[in-house]
Design a protein around this ligand. Structure first.
Ligand code: SAM
Ligand code: SF4
Length: 335
């Protein structure tokens, strides 16, 4: 059936698409990119119209949640046109949620427009509340600009979640201050274990690795933790801090196997279709997209890609070298 939902070989329904709209970024976070990244030539990028057509095809195949990411999605020229266009799928009820992951640097400009396009929740990446440390970890980012974006987003009525990458000897000392800051502002907080993506050169990821099992133990020295049942189909597990009522997310791709409930796939800004974050295997959708104005070939290529979704990822730090490291950087597929 042409519009039958996307079901992979392991019987998982795929209804969540994460789309990277650019590989470019105005930051150079040390765990994500090298300082002198080479970006894709602009001509290789899918146009906003092509991204629209691709997303619309996925939505026609049962995708209910669309997350826009990057690189930094809000530095892509004209991106608001794309958000505006996607809002028609929210209006029709075909799409349940349109959202984005951003470093927050441009939110002061776009928060109001995002709300108008139907965005209700935004994930903002923020690893530290210390200005100097922020400049160090993002290399090019400035904390006050991001805080201004966070204010603008909250003023516009967006629900926010902070994603912080857990980094040993960096933000472990801020576990409680970040938790309290988020509680005071009614912002959700999720910690992400650092993942071996791309070749970072000077950065040794084993030095940075702060297992969330350790983070959790540290949290438990101050709060009573209650595990919450998982509902996202993703790698996040949630605990509630009984003293504050806060829900803290823990994304542990390396220490917890979440793959059996994986409902998501990723698309790069050039139309590369990745069905697993932990594998370099992908299929090309740009060719089928451009081959014809009719979507039949594209839909067939999407289904063929779903048919190749692997059972799970192979990341493993346990042998003190980095097994299962992927070649691509996080900004390519957006995390
Ligand atoms: N620029 C946007 C941002 O920073 O939110 C969106 C793209 S960014 C690649 C998406 C997420 O991936 C961010 O939360 C970032 O912290 C995370 N990330 C990047 N590199 C990572 C790595 N090596 N391990 C774990 N998370 C990583
Ligand atoms: Fe840019 Fe996000 Fe990567 Fe940082 S994590 S360099 S903000 S894409």
């Amino acid at each position: 059936m042409e519009n039958a939902p996307l079901i992979d070989p392991f019987n998982r329904v795929v209804n969540y698409l994460r789309l990277s709209v650019t590989d470019r970024c105005d930051f150079r976070c040390t765990y994500c990119m090298s300082e002198n990244m080479t970006f894709l030539p602009k001509r290789d990028l899918l146009t906003l119209e092509e991204l629209d057509r691709l997303c619309t095809a996925f939505i026609g195949l049962g995708v209910k949640k669309l997350r826009i990411t990057g690189g930094e999605p809000l530095v892509r020229k004209g991106i608001m046109t794309f958000f505006d266009a996607m809002s028609r799928h929210l209006d029709s009820g075909a799409l349940n949620e349109l959202t984005l992951t951003t470093n927050g640097s441009q939110l002061h400009r776009f928060a109001g427009d995002l709300v108008k396009a139907g965005v209700r929740r935004v994930n903002i990446s923020l690893d530290t509340l210390d200005e100097d440390k922020f400049a160090k970890i993002t290399r090019w980012g400035r904390l006050p600009q991001v805080l201004k974006g966070i204010d603008a987003a909250q003023d516009a009525g967006l629900r926010l979640k902070i994603n912080a990458v857990a980094l040993k000897n960096f933000n472990d000392s801020e576990l409680f201050s970040l938790t309290e800051w988020c509680a005071a502002r009614d912002i959700d907080l999720t910690w992400i274990e650092v993942m071996p993506m791309g070749d970072m050169g000077e950065e040794n990821r084993l030095d940075q690795y702060w297992p969330l099992s350790d983070l959790r133990k540290m949290l438990a020295t101050r709060y009573t933790l209650t595990d919450l049942p998982d509902s996202t189909g993703g790698p996040a597990r949630y605990v509630r801090l009984e003293e504050t009522g806060q829900r803290i997310g823990l994304i542990t791709p390396l220490t917890h196997n979440f793959c059996e409930s994986c409902n998501r796939v990723r698309l790069s800004c050039t139309g590369q279709f990745y069905t697993c974050l932990g594998h370099d295997g992908m299929s090309d959708l740009r060719g089928p997209l451009r081959a014809s104005d009719d979507d039949a070939e594209l839909v067939a290529a999407i289904r063929a890609g779903i048919g190749l979704k692997p059972k799970g990822h192979d990341f493993d730090y346990s042998r003190q070298d980095i097994q299962g490291q992927t070649q691509r950087h996080m900004n390519h597929t957006g995390g």
